[in-house]
Write a protein that binds this ligand. Sequence first.
Ligand SMILES: [Zn+2]
Length: 483
Amino acid sequence: MRTKLQGGTVVGYNGQSHVLIRDGVVIWEDDQITYVGRDNGQLADRTLNATDRLIIPGLINLHWHGGVRANWRLTSDHGDLQFFGAGFPNTDAGPRGASYAVSEEESEIAATLNVLELLSGGCTTLVEVGGPAGYVSQLVRQVERFGVRAYLGPGYRSASYSRNPHGVVQYDWDEASGREGLEAAREFIQHHDGLSKGRVRGMLFPLQADTCTPELLQATARAAQELDVPVQIHTGQNLMEFHQTLRQYGRTPVELLADAGLLGPRTILGHCIMISGHPQAHYPDGNDLDLIAVAQAHVAHCPVSLARRGMHLHHLSRYLARGINVGLGTDIHPFDLIREMRDAGLVGKVAAESPNAATAREVFNAATLGGAAALGRTDLGRLCPGAKADLAIVNQQALHYGVIRDPIRSLVDCGVASDVETVVVDGEIVMEHRHIPEAPSLSWLLERAQGFAEAYWAAYPQLDWSGRSASEAFTNAFPWAEI
Ligand SMILES: [Zn+2]
């Protein structure tokens, strides 16, 4: 079927760069774009009107974590000092053996909520970073149901965090479980890669540089080659991990990956903040940036969740100038990649101490072309003949935009996820005027998710090393009034 989208400003791609086309059209046959440019009166089986709208490539969310994320609602504004700001150990490191079972129903609700939030914010390619196997299976179902594109796989690692009776964090090593996790991931990829007309793709997710043995990193590099899939691993995401690999191996996290043969063009480094030369690392003499650049590895930048922890990439424009490809992700919450572009710009300017750094051009590229390059895809993140018909129509006729001179700078400065009106993936309309066919009612979905989150918070004393309640360990901004 031939579809013509007409009117509005189209963000086209000329082979080198995005370009703005006033009153443009996009035409696609089935899943592939055949024409982007001025309207020459071409005929089509179906015409979509986008007068006064901005038409952008579907956004690529290169790094996000699924679930109802109840633990992350606790850790904002809080952090145990021994973690140097890192967020997840605050709820992940409990007494040895403590765990919280997530039901199939909770996974289904979470996966539905996650996919709907991402899709309705214009994200058409979703990279979930190695959730538990049960959740990832549900995610495959929801990705297929709502027609988006995703790179998926269960996460694995050789060690987990726990705390001893004095509350001190320790690594519990279980090398066999790391190896078994890799085999389960391999099996998942063999069964799922290519489903839904190729929209579901596999990826390997060894979880963190400090929780995987060098042998597991080496085995991952071999598996990625054999399976021909990308890899993503949290690397340099916090100072605790940076210190840990230095103490354990005499290597920075980036050096550890390089030694294991895992630093290469298939590999995406999640966060990649704490590297040699970062002002907070006090480790000025290494050459991590050069190693990443020479290896042609990629970075998944998630400024919002790390800024919440008092950390920042140092800095986006410096990485780009060194020739490192950077994509953008939302990490934990909210899954608003438009807001993430704004914050990538703001954090990047503050870190560089310059208004000329982390520009709208750089952050919009990261959310589109950068993500595509990290996935090895020349058919995503751009609107041009031969590319997949993945796009989002954005309404900028709103008070929070006001007048518009440069629609991309306005999108980055003022935009939010709910400005996205219509989304197309693989040529199919998956959201039209904010209506997603088959989506359950929002109030039903939120009520179910809230119930699962409340159950987690109620169970928190069993997960805390000293048996504290969630309210004791993580106080609210203001107390609930006792009336
Ligand atoms: Zn992450």
